[in-house]
Structures are given as C-alpha cells and as structure tokens.
Design a protein around this ligand. Structure first.
Ligand code: ZN
Length: 134
C-alpha cells in the first residue's frame, strides 16, 4: 500500500512514457532519490519557485544500465503476455488481433495483457525477494 502523502500533497495522475519512467526508478534509487522527488524538483524549477534548481543528471553509464535492464524486463513482460488470454481481442495466446475485422498481427499485444504480465512478474520478483530474505 502506498504511503499517505503529507498534508498539502496528493497523488497526481500524469502520463509519461514507459521508456522514461520505468528505467528512471533504478536511476533515481541509485542517486538516492525517488521519481516523485525528481518530478517535484523539475516542476518547482519550471514554476520558477524560489530556490528551485534542476536536479543533478545521472551519469550516462547509469542511464545505459537502467535502459538495458528495462529492455530486458520489457522482453520478459511481452513474452509472458503472449501466453495470457487477451480480454480485449479474446485471443487465447500469441499476438493480438487488430481492428473490427480481428486481423492477426505479428507483434501487437493489447495493453491489458501487458499490464497483467507485468504484475505477474513483479509479484514473482517480490515472492523471490521474500524467500531470499528468510
Ligand atoms: Zn488482444
């Protein structure tokens, strides 16, 4: 369960690309901060708040490592998603079907399958972490 925000703060919903947001978690953690703190700092700077400064940019090596980890994770999520039934186009496994004519595709996977696959993998990682902590 996510922590409750402090008074005067609340969870916001913004749309960001997976390819920037997901590897950013590892980068932020390595730099001793969080994605939320970085967004807060950037927004304060954008709003010209007194004392607001741009956050330090990560070294390219860290970005490359985080991007590579995200690419590997994306591939695992896609591979898992292809084994799940799709609630959108009703395919049982394999690539999704596209359009009203439900034409086969080579690579498309509807977002609900990707979300479910990502959640399954994250849950397995949490379980493995708990096991190794014991
Ligand atoms: Zn589908």
């Amino acid at each position: 369960m996510p922590r409750q925000p402090q008074p005067g703060r609340q969870h916001r919903s913004v749309t960001l690309s997976d390819d920037n947001w997901e590897p950013g978690e590892l980068i932020a953690e390595a730099m001793g901060t969080t994605r939320s703190q970085l967004v807060e700092a950037l927004w304060a700077y954008f709003m010209r708040r007194p004392g607001a400064e741009l956050p330090e940019r990560p070294p390219q090596e860290l970005i490359d490592r985080a991007d590579a980890a995200w690419e590997e994770r994306k591939a695992r999520i896609r591979a898992r998603a292809l084994t799940l039934p799709c609630p959108s186009c009703k395919v049982e496994s394999g690539p999704c079907l596209a359009g009203k004519a439900k034409r086969p595709t080579n690579t498309m996977i509807h977002r609900p399958r990707l979300i479910k696959a990502g959640a399954e993998i994250a849950e397995e990682e949490r379980a493995a972490e708990t096991d190794s902590d014991a």
